[in-house]
Design a protein around this ligand. Structure first.
Ligand SMILES: [Zn+2]
Length: 111
């Protein structure tokens, strides 16, 4: 993999592990372009930096679903890209179209 540019975005806690979200321009695996990938060993979610913001958000959700399924012992399902993608698109749509839902969690955290 050739990394042309790396930009650190945010962190996301999934289960007991905090993953660093990193933007990489020219993300590839075996010569094939990728939208994203999880590096479990280094606790990173890598996202193609040249994609538009909407696609980056979808990719982050996609990788989050991979991680959740892996953590709960459903590694076989974690490898089903169609399942992972459909869950990621569904969750992204619900969060985008219902911002009150996310705010309600923030308000709960505030006490
Ligand atoms: Zn995937």
């Amino acid at each position: 993999m050739r990394i042309e540019e790396v930009k650190v975005m945010r962190k996301v806690r999934i289960g007991p592990i905090v993953y660093q979200i990193v933007e990489v321009d020219g993300l590839k695996e075996n010569g094939r372009g990728l939208f994203g990938e999880v590096k479990y060993g280094s606790c990173e979610i890598r996202v193609e930096g040249r994609n538009c913001g909407q696609q980056k958000r979808q990719t982050i959700w996609h990788e989050v679903v991979h991680i959740i399924l892996t953590q709960v012992g459903l590694a076989k399902d974690a490898g089903r890209e169609g399942l992972v993608d459909s869950l990621a698109y569904g969750m992204l749509q619900v969060v985008q179209d219902n911002p009150w839902l996310v705010k309600a969690f923030e308000e709960d955290d505030a006490g």
